[in-house]
Design a protein around this ligand. Sequence first.
Ligand SMILES: Cc1cc2nc3c(=O)[nH]c(=O)nc-3n(C[C@H](O)[C@H](O)[C@H](O)COP(=O)(O)O)c2cc1C
Ligand code: SF4
Length: 557
Amino acid sequence: MTMQERRRKDRGPKGRPLDDAALGEVRALLGARERRRDLLIEFLHLIQDEYGCLSAAHLRALAHEMRLAQAEVYEVATFYDHFDVAKEGETSPPALTIRVCDSISCMLAGAETLVTALQKGVDRSAVRVVRAPCMGRCAGAPAARIGDHEVDHATADGLLEMAKKGETGVVVPAYTGLAAYRADGGYQLLEKVRKGEVTADALMETMQNAGLRGLGGAGFPSGKKWQFVRSYPGPRLMSINGDEGEPGTFKDRVYLERDPHRTLEGALIAAHAVEAERIYFYMRDEYPAVLSILRTEIAALEAAGLARPGFIELRRGAGAYICGEESAMLESIEGKRGLPRNRPPYIAEVGLFGRPTLNHNVETLWWIRDIVEKGAEWFAGLGKPGHPGIRSWSVSGRVKNPGVKMAPAGITVRELIEDHCGGMADGHTFKAYLPGGASGGILPASMGDIPLDFGGELAKQGAFVGSHAIVVFSDKDSAKAATVNLLKFFKHESCGQCTPCREGTGKMVALLQKDGALNETALRDLETVMRDASICGLGQAAPNPVNHLLTHFREEL
Ligand SMILES: Cc1cc2nc3c(=O)[nH]c(=O)nc-3n(C[C@H](O)[C@H](O)[C@H](O)COP(=O)(O)O)c2cc1C
Ligand code: SF4
């Protein structure tokens, strides 16, 4: 082969000649769909679902069909973990993928041993075993996914048996469908709002009096957010954040798998209040059952005339934690890599496709109907004194009964463990906890009486409650091992846009894993630069567990 031929072969999809067969296949898959730029990720899913991977020929054909540069299609495809981009000459991956969650709660439950056993047991030509970030099944750790089948308390033997029997399809749990939801008074509030019997001003006032705050992690007052969005001239849009990637968080999945219409009604009410022209529901690809439920129920809403066709557009994520950050999510909905935007402007002013955008977490919207029907005082009164509201705590780790616990804002972790989780698991003594998933830091049991809420004492300790994901550790666990697990996650998920986060997360992992005494000076330097100079919350919060390790768990160093 000449040098020129070799170069041509190595250069990937860029400059690759168009393959007529691949173009025909892509056209057949896309059918009559509009070739919109923002649908790029949806189209990549279509191809991958059909052919098991994204070949260079298909990427080339898709670029041609959408009139995009090949590099643009390639950079989007390679940004997302769930896309398997097969390089020139590479064979496609095995037909079946088993994903094993290696996030913090699953690590405690033996995910590492599970991966090793699976790798020994599978026929690698037919099945591949990959590690995956949090699957939102922490209460059933260790969690895995075989094909589209989500599995709790996974064992190697069980998964291998399922592979043999072909039990790899999506399993949709029983849930409240549209008819049952309406029979229970569902969508009556929406109708009142649409008829003007309940005004946008009244809704915003109720939200504010209730003290409803954004439950995606940032805790911004919801009523105020609606006011901001309405203050910018239309046309406006709305998005629902169903990315739920924060390790240890699984409340959104549980609500959508049980009662999806409560969120959908909340969304339609919010959209009406801010006069949004359309709702984009961004749902993570890690939840195939939820995706299936949403497809069915959005179609049911359209058929019932409660939402006009296309008003709620479901978008499927592709395995990138950073796409939970709202501006990155909007980029992803626009069909691009999920790179967080610089602020200002905030998305309430310049959001999706440059329009003022109202974005809410799944659970924030889930509460709207109850708050309006039962009253702001009812909701506010459910919290501890000084902490209005009730929250959905995703609790996992070394407790007897993990799960989503409805409990007051301002509760302490000790109360959660004792009063809501049946105490610590047998043989385990409470040692430490994550108050807010991977990002919120790691605190010792001696700080187990801090009220858990946005700001307050928790913030003084350099921690935060975020998405209310509580992971409980015991005397059998190492805070250092937990910190390494969390930092590896951030390293993997950093979008790479800014140097302090991209390099800092990797350097922290290396320093923590290095033999000998810890280089605390270097870790503290990295912490400062990451906090001060990262664009988004990922890079700013990633040093939290390291800070706490160095401050509260010195005996482990
Ligand atoms: C790194 C990062 C990841 C995030 N992931 C999520 C997520 O998975 N789901 C979510 O609702 N919000 C997430 N957020 C918060 C969103 O940016 C945003 O604040 C939220 O969706 C707003 O909705 P809310 O006001 O209803 O909470 C994340 C933020 C950051 C910085
Ligand atoms: S802080 Fe990290 S994740 Fe956020 S924009 Fe910078 S590199 Fe990307």
